[in-house]
Design a binder for this molecule. Structure first.
Ligand code: ADP
Ligand code: MG
Length: 202
């Protein structure tokens, strides 16, 4: 199921590459979609052989760090590396361990990029989603709550003034544009919701 999640995220990144580049063109350098797509094509290409959750996701994180450029590469990489470390080698991942793992992933992003709430980054989609998920113990309901909160957090970045990354160079001119990293981060939760349905979990 975790491999299906990562694979679905790769598909969504591919189908949203132009949209992510266009968002980045407005407040950055127009490469966010291309960066992620390159990295996740490499990730998806060698997903098949990996045995347990921790090994799978730390492998994903390592590939993301080495293949995704820009600011987002190390940040998404840190997310998957910390998630993988948290999940470890136990093959069973229930809702509680997944929520704890996601929280560790977010902590990895913060350790790397020092973003805080309202800085107009991927944090503003990830943090509310993971907070919403922590309170729920049913996996499909948890993922749906995370998706709703991630999309609301993503939408709220439009009104924010960027205080981290390339968009922060624009100051007031960053206001009025949706953050590309928050947009791709929200796709993690769309991917999770989509990945559950073939397992009869919706
Ligand atoms: P670059 O800005 O180097 O071209 P990308 O375009 O791939 O990198 O990614 C830009 C995204 O990275 C931003 O939209 C933002 O969400 C995210 N980002 C930038 N800096 C930080 C940070 N310090 N913490 C969290 N996210 C960040
Ligand atoms: Mg960019």
């Amino acid at each position: 199921m975790l491999a299906a999640w990562v694979r679905e995220f790769g598909h969504l990144v591919s189908s949203h590459t132009d949209r992510l580049n266009a968002l980045d063109a407005a407040i950055g350098d127009a490469d966010h979609g291309t960066n992620l797509d390159r990295g996740f094509r490499a990730v998806v290409a060698d997903l098949g052989t990996i045995a347990d959750p921790g090994t799978l996701l730390t492998h994903v994180g390592g590939t993301v760090v080495s293949k995704v450029g820009g600011a987002a590469g190390p940040l998404f990489g840190a997310f998957f590396l910390s998630l993988g470390d948290s999940l470890g080698h136990d093959p069973t991942v229930g809702a509680g361990r997944f929520a704890t793992g996601l929280r560790a992933g977010l902590a990895g992003v913060v350790a790397r990029g020092r973003a805080e709430a309202g800085d107009k980054t991927m944090y503003d989609a990830l943090a509310p989603a993971i907070d919403a998920m922590g309170a729920i113990r049913d996996l499909p309901a948890m993922v749906q709550a995370g998706l709703r909160a991630a999309e609301a957090g993503r939408d709220a970045t439009t009104g924010m003034l960027a205080r981290k990354g390339r968009a922060s160079y624009l100051g007031e001119r960053s206001v009025g544009h949706q953050d590309p990293g928050a947009t791709s981060a929200a796709l993690l939760f769309t991917a999770a919701a989509n990945a559950l349905s073939p397992f009869g979990l919706e």
